[in-house]
Design a protein around this ligand. Sequence first.
Ligand SMILES: [Zn+2]
Length: 300
Amino acid sequence: MTKRLLAVAFGVFSLFAGVANAKLAVFSCEPEWGSLLAELGGDKLDVDVGTSALQDVHVIEAKPSLIAKMRRADLVVCSGADLEIGWLPQLVHQSGNPKVASGAGSFMAADQITTLEKPTQLDRANGDVHPGGNPHFQMDPNRVLIIAKALDARLAELDPPNAGLYQQRLADFSTRWTAAIARWSAKAAPLKGRKVVVHRNSWIYRTDWLGMHEIGSLEPKPGVPPTSAHLASLIDTTKSQNTLAIIRAAYQDPKPADWLAERTGVPAVTLPLTVGGDAQSKDLFGLYDSTIDKLLGAVK
Ligand SMILES: [Zn+2]
């Protein structure tokens, strides 16, 4: 090969390397933000999702495979509000990647919205209470839209050449999402005012949005596994209030909800909680379709 050919070959190689490098590498802590990133960035982003719907995202092991993914990230996108306090700081630290430690490379969804259940005083005796408020806001479509706008601005900031494209994709997502909110609200009308018992306090944004009421939790305190004495104490309340369902997430042990369902005749319903939690929840839209359909399925 001549020197000239070599130079051309090298040039072509660098061109491809340049294109590959141009993709923004994003580490998403949870599947719901992975889905949102796909909506906003499409193939301009290279997204790694660190956890699945079948895991309890409060307790994830900082495995070497996750550290490797964190090391190559330009941006980390997580729920925040200390949901990932048990593993994310360790992951960021061990990756040695300064880009995602703070500043533009660190996007915490909780910082873009107001959270519910922000504790007025912090006491570990109250269980696994998050100081930043309840971090399970992916269940509220209005907050998801606010987060989408903020995340889109962040993508444009980190990847200016594609800013126009991100803007266009956000506009498209907003249109489809707003139409879906209207559709979901109308469809979910029969759920208004209905009461549910929850396995854990992960559903407050959903019940709040749909005008539903949580009347009990299988966990005596958040993060404290159900005890037989506590479950027994829920039988009367669950029976007497025309309760719609006992709700648990896909990753949770089904036994406590089944136990209460058997003794009260109130159905136990497994909801996905995030993208990938069931066959229908392939993306954010499917997640909302599925959770509403499954709750409606319990209406007699
Ligand atoms: Zn929690």
